[in-house]
Design a protein around this ligand. Structure first.
Ligand SMILES: [Ca+2]
Length: 372
């Protein structure tokens, strides 16, 4: 605000009325742009700081240091900007605004979120359609000479198990509470967080926040919305009917997730810039889709807010999700595998979590053995 006051003073003493008004408006614009840039810079800096480390010692130091919670912070200046100063809602988002209003989501807080959106990105829907197009219309890649691994490459290692052990020690109370309440062992909960986000080191896939990603996908309903992706889909001209049938369904899914996210952000006064998302808008250390936050999210640290970027809430929430999908202490390995596939429908995903958890327990046992 200093720049505005300075301009007011200078304008009052040196300029005529017209020039004075011009200077005030110019300064307001410059200050708003700076606030926006500060906020973006803060996010970029947070992402840069979250760069994964390959050295186990560095990861352990990170786990013991100041890397958590990982939610990017917003500058005080940005936090103090009242809603009316954050800009106007672009025409591209008016349709979304109307839909949200029809679903009971309207008002200054919703408008503030929508005004924060940049131009609609074709990437979230383009990426999804390319994935589906390859599956439906392009020849499958030749099978590898050797059978594919049963776990994700490079994940089930002693160094990663040690990172999990350090993280479990750092957040021992949260893991113990989750096990007590939902029966999910710390090694499983931690292995899941490792596979999802490398314990919070990878939180965003595109540089866009979750709202920007999901809103863009929700508003990409026809082929013309992803023209820059069509070059990667040879023969797409022959499949217009498929595009016309598939894209609205995918956009509808994204709209429901957008609606859930907007409701969550409004209820908890969350700034979009502090909510990085995956390529399809999953959020937090445990990578929940927004529609899962209300039914399965849990307030692990008891501060009254479900914030999946804090380890305590992420651990509690993933454990609650697994519990609600059939996890309990008496489960066999086979049953545990089945429940983990409810989190992510991939055999290798479930295999990897179980294997990393088992290796972590083994390393914990061997460390305890050396101590005694
Ligand atoms: Ca909380």
């Amino acid at each position: 605000m200093d720049c505005i006051l300075l301009t007011l003073r200078e304008g009052a003493t040196r300029c005529g009325a017209f020039l004075f008004v011009f200077l005030v408006l110019t300064s307001l614009s410059a200050c708003a742009a700076q606030v926006s840039q500060d906020s973006r810079d803060g996010l970029d800096a947070a992402r840069a700081g979250a760069a994964p480390s390959t050295a186990p010692q560095a990861a352990l130091a990170s786990a013991k240091g100041t890397a958590y919670p990982m939610r990017p912070t917003v500058t005080d200046a940005a936090a103090s900007v009242p809603p009316q100063n954050t800009g106007v809602i672009a025409p591209a988002w008016q349709h979304l605004r109307s839909r949200l209003a029809a679903d009971g989501l309207a008002g200054p807080e919703v408008d503030r979120l929508l005004a924060s959106l940049g131009p609609r990105s074709s990437s979230p829907m383009g990426r999804k359609m390319l994935e589906l197009y390859k599956k439906n219309f392009l020849p499958a890649p030749k099978p590898a000479k050797k059978p594919g691994g049963t776990v994700y490459k490079g994940v089930v290692t002693a160094a990663n198990a040690d990172k999990c052990l350090a993280f479990m020690q750092l957040h021992a109370a949260a893991f113990a509470a989750a096990e007590e309440t939902w029966g999910v062992p710390p090694s499983i909960a931690c292995a899941l967080l490792f596979v999802e986000t490398r314990l919070g080191q990878y939180l965003g896939g595109t540089g866009d926040n979750a709202l920007q990603t999901l809103a863009s996908m929700a508003e990409s309903t026809e082929k013309a919305d992803i023209t820059d992706w069509l070059g990667k889909m040879p023969g797409h001209e022959s499949h217009n009917a498929w595009f016309a049938a598939t894209m609205p369904r995918r956009a509808e899914w994204a709209y429901r997730e957008t609606r859930a996210l907007v409701r969550y952000m409004v209820d908890n006064h969350i700034d979009p810039e502090t909510l990085p998302g995956s390529i399809y808008g999953a959020v937090g250390l445990c990578q929940f889709m927004p529609s899962n936050i209300v039914p399965y999210g849990a307030d692990g640290n008891g501060d009254g807010v479900i914030d999946l970027y804090t380890p305590e809430d992420a651990v509690a929430s993933l454990a609650r999700f697994l519990s609600r999908h059939g996890w309990n202490k008496a489960n066999t390995r086979e049953h545990r595998h089945k429940v983990l596939m409810r989190y992510n429908k991939s055999t290798r995903y479930a295999n990897t979590i179980l294997a990393l958890a088992e290796l972590t327990e083994k390393r914990a046992g061997s460390t305890a053995g050396k101590r005694s």
